[in-house]
Design a protein around this ligand. Structure first.
Ligand SMILES: Cc1cc2nc3c(=O)[nH]c(=O)nc-3n(C[C@H](O)[C@H](O)[C@H](O)COP(=O)(O)O)c2cc1C
Length: 799
């Protein structure tokens, strides 16, 4: 790969490639994502949907040429080399100020504290049942107040990190890289984005960067009313931060690879309900009391410290009275219509456990075979059950018929029966933790097979198979997290205020996902970057001999804050799919339906993208952000349609600003999901017939190049259609006069849903310090938009 920016790569790729160097072009078989127009059959299983060119096009192609996005893979020499902005930038590398600088940069003012991750623990209050021995009975408890507050402390940004550039030309001068890189100014975006411009219409005022109120202030305790009991005062809605949610971080600084960093937000103090508003109406009675601090902390602690255990079980027998307490706790779980649909089958026999182990082993192998290589490698190292290592196994079942035909609450939602049994499992798990017993849940079973093997009544559903025993220790973090299989999602990602998408923790104002993402994007870590360059200098190779690889390795160090950086695998490809109204202008030889057909192809594993992904062991998912037709639910498809295709931007805006923001959020959330699922690298993919027309328009806006310079031949269109495509791009730009400093407006005018989503994907990846590999002209166009939104996002991009 040439040492060039993503932008350069894109523009070069998008440049006219006339004559098209695709010999098979004249005899199209089907569009495929490949350099050569290989018919999908070569890679697709026979049942794959193979899109066929359709004659009844708005504008019938004179020469139907069907290589999907050859720009992305055909590095044809452009006839007219495109002048690209900032051509000197080799890699989009920006660095953070070193902490204890190995003096790779000029001394800079005060170092910004590293973002500290505070993982708020879910906090709940539970009512504990009292037990009457020997008959376990459920004692009604007054309901604990529902109020449960978890606070996230976000460090206030003391100062802005001073980004410095990485070396532009490493091969030329690798020795002086860090210092030189520091000396180079950050490439300025063409048009720095004002925060206001990101907002949907009407423009939202930007929140002032005010410090968050101290936790104590965040939730004012309600006025304390006369105490009904000396020790059980009215519940304090304000949790005690010191005793409640002990933040869990992995590295000392809380920024290790297993932690999803909680973005720093400019928080505004939230108006607390006034005493009058909070005060109960007359006649006043105090609400039922909660627990005192120590009791509450004990309850919260057991929830925090419950772990799924696979390793380190001991063979010590479990005394009957201990197991009885644990089962009694399970039996006090809530259940639909109070149907108590659970049964607990306690298994101790080594023989039964052996046969269960064999069943699980078979499923483990089947699952391993289904995994992409990157994941399979990881999975091989994982222990997923401790059936033979534990003295007691417990099968928890659900009887969907218990309680008779009219069980309250099960009429509409029959799944409430197994849900109830799952709650019994949680009770059991917590009680076991309090007893010092480890529990490991095994779900590698074919349920019916297990029912038969255990001789269970056929009408029962198996909800859980649990391995129970004493352990050497309880890990502080989930074992899967420690193994790098997954990351913990911050609470702030999942709490919504009133409507889905208005994310806000109690006591906070709802925050804008895009703004939150932007504020979490940081430059590369200068210290790790400096170490990477130093390390390369010590290697037995000529300086710069590895070209782009040297830059990427340093970039990965800067991103991960580690030198050498961890290998970024497993990886996931997200293919964003959408349709385009501009298709009506006859800018492509392919009918719009091909978008949906290719989506089916990707999901069936039959596209070139799948073949490449399989080679590197990456997972492939398709995100429907705007395909014009309804797509059937399929494994691997993420249904996130914002709308069915864009409008024709030669006659009006392609999208509304709200739609652009929604599509950007789809991209951000996709990045979040894939990273939280343990992926260490993200790859872009896209599918959208006619999307190179939108790409060309976006590139014009952000490079200032003429439409004729950057409008490519897409799937290999002929001269006539190409001329029309150039004209379409030109007309759209004339019509909208997009303002480069308003990237949301630019996307709304001439963008595509997949461009917006990919821009969000890049921003999301960057905010999580995860490298994003750009592939294709549309991804490059999206990167230009992402750069206009947050210039430092490019530090995470590899092209
Ligand atoms: C429904 C369910 C099924 C599970 N199945 C398995 C399993 O088959 N094998 C396994 O090792 N862990 C299994 N687990 C445990 C989870 O991996 C574990 O809860 C998760 O990694 C979080 O770790 P923690 O429970 O220690 O917080 C299961 C958990 C649940 C809730």
């Amino acid at each position: 790969m040439e040492p060039e920016t993503a932008v350069e790569a894109v523009v070069e790729a998008e440049a006219p490639v006339e004559p098209v160097a695709v010999p098979e072009a004249a005899e199209p078989a089907a569009p495929v994502e490949a350099e050569q127009p290989v018919a999908p059959e070569t890679v697709a299983p026979p049942e794959q949907v193979v899109p066929q060119p359709v004659e009844a096009e708005v504008v019938a192609p004179a020469e139907p040429v069907e290589v999907v996005q050859p720009e992305a893979v055909v590095p044809a020499e452009p006839e007219q080399p495109v002048q690209v902005e900032q051509p000197e930038v080799v890699a989009p590398v920006q660095v953070e100020q070193p902490v204890q600088a190995e003096a790779v940069v000029e001394p800079e003012p005060a170092q910004v504290p590293e973002p500290v991750v505070v993982q708020p623990e879910p906090v709940e209050q539970v009512a504990l049942a009292e037990t009457v021995v020997p008959e376990p009975v459920v004692a009604e408890q007054p309901e604990a107040p529902a109020e449960a507050v978890a606070l996230t402390e976000l460090p206030a940004e003391a100062a802005v990190e001073t980004p410095v550039d990485a070396p532009a030309e490493v091969p030329a001068a690798p020795a002086g890289v860090p210092a030189e890189s520091a000396a180079q100014p950050v490439p300025e975006p063409r048009a720095p984005v004002q925060q206001q411009e990101l907002a949907a219409d009407p423009v939202q005022p930007v929140e002032a960067a005010e410090p968050a109120p101290p936790a104590e202030e965040a939730v004012e305790p309600a006025e304390v009313q006369p105490e009904p009991e000396p020790d059980r005062t009215a519940p304090q809605p304000t949790p005690e931060p010191a005793t409640q949610a002990e933040p869990v971080t992995d590295a000392e600084d809380g920024t290790g690879p297993e932690v999803i960093e909680t973005p720093e937000l400019d928080e505004q103090p939230v108006e607390q309900p006034t005493a009058e508003a909070a005060a109960p109406q007359e006649p006043f009675t105090a609400p039922a009391p909660g627990y005192d601090d120590a009791e509450r902390e004990a309850v919260l602690r057991v929830m925090r410290e419950r772990r799924d255990i696979r390793n380190g079980f001991r063979s010590d027998p479990i005394p009957h009275e201990v197991l009885l307490r644990v089962l009694e706790a399970a039996h006090t779980a809530p259940s639909v219509g109070h149907s108590q649909p659970w049964d607990f089958v306690v298994i101790r026999s080594a023989e039964t456990r052996r046969s269960m182990h064999e069943l699980a082993q078979r499923q483990r192998e089947a699952y391993a075979k289904s995994l992409p290589k990157g994941r399979a490698k990881q999975f091989k190292e994982l222990k997923i059950e401790a059936i033979l290592d534990t003295p007691v196994n417990i099968v928890v079942t659900a009887d969907p018929t218990r309680g008779g035909r009219h069980t309250l609450g099960r009429h509409t939602q029959p799944q409430m029966a197994p849900y109830s049994s799952a709650l019994a499992v949680e009770n059991l798990w917590l009680a076991a933790r309090a007893e010092g017993l480890g529990v490991g849940w095994v779900s590698f079973f074919d349920e019916r097979e297990m029912v038969r093997a255990l001789g269970l009544p056929e009408h029962l559903e198996v909800v859980a198979y649990l391995c129970v025993g004493y352990v050497d220790e309880f890990p502080e973090e989930p074992e899967l997290l420690q193994a790098g299989w997954s990351k913990r999602r911050p609470l702030s990602w999942v709490v919504h205020e009133e409507t889905y998408g208005r994310r806000a923790l109690p006591g906070e104002e709802p925050h804008d996902l895009l703004q939150e993402t932007i504020s979490a994007i940081r430059p590369l870590d200068a210290k790790a970057l400096g170490e990477a360059w130093e390390r390369q200098k010590r290697m037995t190779k000529p300086a710069g001999a590895l070209g782009m690889l040297e830059i990427i390795s340093a970039q990965l160090s800067g991103l991960s804050r580690m030198c050498p950086p961890p290998i970024p695998e497993p990886a996931a490809v997200a293919i964003f799919a959408g349709d385009h109204g501009v298709h009506a202008q006859g800018v492509t030889a392919w009918p719009q339906e091909v978008t949906a057909q290719m989506v089916a192809n990707f999901l069936g594993g039959g596209a070139v993208c799948n073949a490449f992904a399989a080679q590197v062991g990456a997972e492939v998912c398709v995100v429907d952000v705007g395909v014009a037709t309804d797509l059937p639910a399929t494994p691997g498809l993420l249904p996130r349609k914002v709308r069915k295709g864009t409008s024709d931007f030669t006659t009006g805006p392609a999208l509304t600003r709200e739609e652009v923001l929604a599509a950007i959020e789809v991209g951000i959330e996709t990045a979040r999901d894939l990273v939280a699922a343990g992926n260490k690298a993200l790859l872009t993919g896209e599918m959208g017939i006619a999307n190179t027309t939108a790409s060309a328009a976006l590139i014009c806006v952000y490079t200032g190049a003429d439409a004729s310079e950057v409008t490519g031949r897409g799937t290999g269109i002929n001269d006539e259609m190409h001329a029309r495509k150039v004209d379409v791009v030109r007309r759209a730009l004339d019509l909208h006069q997009p303002d480069a400093s308003d990237p949301i407006g630019v996307l709304a005018a001439v963008g595509g849903l997949e461009h917006a989503a990919m821009a969000g994907f890049l921003l999301g990846g960057a905010s999580l310090r995860t490298p994003v590999i750009l592939d294709g002209v549309s991804a490059g166009a999206a990167a230009l938009v992402a750069r206009a939104i947050a210039p430092e996002a490019l530090a995470a991009c590899i092209a």
